[in-house]
Design a protein around this ligand. Structure first.
Ligand code: ADP
Ligand code: MG
Length: 265
């Protein structure tokens, strides 16, 4: 059939796929020509956009899938969805809105950064996830630094996760500064997560001045948000650091009473 050939030639594979079911439906329901055309092309566009989003999510290398819709704001009473609104639209990229999310483990920092990058992908941008340790280790040993920087400078949005979880050896500040500076010059945002207060970044990176320059560039158009409170991973439980077992708060309270009874005896 000539139509099939033409659709193939134009790469309209979704139109080709849905046409056999849609034609009889259009006849039965007496759609106008323009209605049928619109329906077919909408299917093509929707499918292409889904494929693009899926490809870009795979290329972003997120460690897990997370969206703002699955983030439980009732658990995080210190954080309102409105506070994140400015990072969830296209202004994230057009206004170079970087973010530094600080907080203890399990407060949802990584989840939130992935959610922001996920929205950016849905908004037509490209994103990339990395950890500070992986980024620094890769760049420190790169023979061709400019080539190695490319995957971290090109995407519209870059997540640098877990800044400060490890002590980085010498040279860490230099390579991290390269990433931050090149992105800053191109007006591209970075989303950092960290467990360390900004004043300690100098110690983590063994270079107070470069750490300051990194923070200065990131916060020029960006924001610093501090999360606090219990870990979502332990939700309503307390971690017993002696045995490594999480206990419910009730159990923890009982344990305290038992311990007290034992010591009272
Ligand atoms: P952090 O990076 O602060 O250590 P994560 O973002 O890795 O914490 O969160 C730990 C786990 O708990 C993840 O699986 C994440 O999806 C989930 N999580 C954390 N906070 C929330 C929340 N408020 N609502 C839903 N899931 C959450
Ligand atoms: Mg994390």
């Amino acid at each position: 059939m000539a139509l099939e050939m033409l659709l193939k030639r134009l790469g309209l594979s979704t139109v080709e796929r849905v046409l056999p079911q849609m034609l009889p439906l259009a006849e039965k329901q007496q759609w106008s020509y323009s209605q049928l055309l619109e329906c077919l092309l909408s299917e093509e566009v929707a499918h292409r956009s889904e494929t693009r989003v899926n490809n870009h999510i795979a290329r972003a290398k997120f460690p897990f899938e997370a969206t703002i819709e699955t983030f439980d704001f009732t658990f995080r009473s210190d954080l309102k969805r409105q506070m994140l609104g400015r990072f969830l639209g296209p202004e994230l990229v057009s206004d170079n809105r970087s973010l530094i999310l600080e907080g203890p483990p399990g407060t949802g920092k990584t989840h939130l950064c992935i959610s922001i990058a996920y929205k950016a992908i849905q908004n037509g941008f490209m994103a990339r996830f990395t950890t500070a340790a992986a980024l620094i280790n890769e760049l420190k040993v790169a023979g061709d630094l400019n080539g190695a920087l490319k995957p971290y400078v090109q995407p519209h949005v870059l997540i640098i996760d877990e800044m400060g979880y490890l002590g980085y050896g010498s040279g860490a500040a230099d390579v991290l500064f390269q990433v931050v500076d090149q992105r800053y010059l191109k007006g591209k945002p970075i989303l950092f997560t960290t467990n360390k207060a900004l004043k300690h970044w100098g110690r983590v990176l063994h270079d107070e001045e470069l750490a300051r320059a990194i923070i200065d560039r990131t916060l020029h158009h960006g924001e610093y948000l501090k999360l606090d409170g219990p870990s979502y991973r332990l939700k309503g439980r307390t971690l017993d650091l002696e045995t490594g077992t999480p206990k419910s708060n009730k159990e923890a309270a009982k344990q305290l009473t038992d311990d007290k009874e034992v010591s009272d005896q």
